[in-house]
Design a protein around this ligand. Structure first.
Ligand code: SF4
Length: 169
């Protein structure tokens, strides 16, 4: 069992590293600071579902801006220097769900931390990286072991967070 957990951890780190390399190679910023006002907005009640990728998720808000819809995810903690890779994956997944269910491709998604918000561009490279990561995770998810730690930081950096049923915030 230990070697399986070790392998999955290593695979997760490799996926995060590959994703980061792709972003860097494509010259993409990990996120730019923006201002977003969510006062007066109702939280999304229903989860979004894309049958093509079998992906389900519920962003905290969908904000209409011009002819587009921007997903917004709210995090209670203070902002890191750049958004955590798992948060970037999460907002990319919400962008994909908005694209699939609302028929409009969001130009970016927003991660709003307690003290700062980042816009993460939903580029073709980010979408491609997400789809590849999803395919890898689908292959691996059948073998995920039970969580063996109480470290939220470890879960935040984990490439399997989107499919894991035991993540810590
Ligand atoms: S999200 Fe956390 S509990 Fe789930 S696989 Fe990753 S590290 Fe383990």
């Amino acid at each position: 069992m230990l070697w399986i957990a070790g392998f999955l951890l290593l695979a997760g780190l490799v996926l995060i590293w590959v994703s980061h390399r792709r972003r860097t190679a494509a010259g993409l910023p990990p996120g730019r600071v923006i201002y977003i006002d969510t006062t007066g907005l109702g939280r999304l009640e229903q989860a979004l579902y894309d049958p093509h990728t079998d992906l389900t998720g519920r962003p905290d808000y969908l904000v209409r801006k011009g002819g587009t819809i921007i997903p917004v995810e709210v995090k209670s903690g203070r902002a890191p220097a750049v958004p955590y890779p798992s948060h970037v994956h999460q907002i990319a997944a919400y962008c994909l769900l908005v694209e699939a269910t609302q028929g409009v491709r969001p130009p970016y998604g927003v991660i709003r931390y307690a003290n700062r918000a980042y816009a993460v561009d939903y580029t073709p490279a980010l979408k491609e990286g997400l789809l590849e990561t999803l395919a890898e995770m689908r292959r691996a998810e059948r073998h995920l072991p039970d969580r063996s730690h109480d470290s939220p930081a470890r879960c935040r950096a984990c490439g399997y967070r989107e499919v894991c049923d035991q993540p810590l915030d």
